[in-house]
Write a protein that binds this ligand. Structure first.
Ligand SMILES: [Zn+2]
Length: 261
């Protein structure tokens, strides 16, 4: 399984990193996880076809995580027309929020008559859903989005990933990280001063209890990314990670992506 980080920035695009977006590719399918508004710029910079995934998974309905969907709709209508169905998976009200946003951004477009089918799957906390070859288990995390925020355990024959979504620290991450290849954990501050996000110090304090082969910070705040002697690695836009079942290796893209699909 290969993870490509398309956007690793926080809501402020700290250090010039794009809003959240990741691509998980494996033989059984390709999943886009999060769809921040920089999705098209991120994919095109990396040479990734914009229709690489037929499935978009969204953790919560804050703009830096789902506001790219209307731009996918535009892309798939005009620039890179598609006929294949697109599945969008997210919390309850995702369908309404996406179409409302699309309508606000491009008034007058007949937004419910896209030239390709769109299927929405709205997950409740605790739901398990099969998508793009992954078993997606959604769990509620403590964050300030309506109606709720989700984290995900993503399991497939090729690897296991835990994603925090946006969340304050919860000990549930410890239990859910056992045996996963990668824990992708948001990190929005050094000290726990933002009650709806996780701090570097909290992650560091729990690091030894985590059961993941690899721990990586994402949704990274400027003060975290620029901290000297950071003890946990940070995701960055363009990073590609090969997950090999038990442990993983990273390499940098830097324009060398080949054989993308
Ligand atoms: Zn966010």
């Amino acid at each position: 399984m290969q993870l490509t980080v398309i956007g690793s920035g926080d809501a402020f695009c700290a250090n010039g990193m794009l809003h959240s977006c990741y691509l998980l590719e494996q033989a059984a399918g390709t999943l886009m996880m999060e769809c921040g508004p920089g999705v098209l710029a991120g994919m095109k910079r990396l040479g990734i076809p914009t229709d690489a995934s037929d499935t978009v998974l969204i953790s919560h309905l804050h703009g830096d995580h789902f506001a790219g969907v209307p731009f996918l709709f535009l892309e798939y209508t005009y620039a890179n027309p598609r006929t294949r169905p697109l599945q969008i998976i997210g919390p309850r009200t995702t369908e309404d929020r996406v179409y409302t946003l699309y309508d606000e951004l491009y008034k007058g477009m007949i937004c419910r008559e896209l030239p390709f089918p769109v299927e929405f799957v709205e997950l409740e906390p605790g739901d398990v859903h099969e998508a793009a070859g992954f078993t997606v288990e959604a769990f509620e995390v403590p964050h300030n989005a309506e109606p709720y925020s989700l984290g995900f355990n993503l399991d497939s024959a090729e690897g296991r990933v835990l994603f925090s979504g946006d969340s304050s620290w919860t000990d549930e991450f410890v239990a859910r990280s056992q045996g996963v290849d990668l824990f992708l954990c948001e990190c929005c501050c050094i000290k726990p001063v933002v009650p709806v996000h996780t701090s570097y110090e909290e992650i560091l304090a729990h690091r030894d209890a985590l059961g993941c082969a690899r721990l990586m910070l994402t949704h990274v705040a400027q003060e975290v990314r620029e901290r000297k002697n950071l003890e946990i690695e940070c995701a960055y836009d363009g990073l590609v990670i090969e997950l090999a079942g038990s442990g993983s290796q990273a390499r940098s893209l830097k324009g060398s992506r080949s054989g993308s699909s």
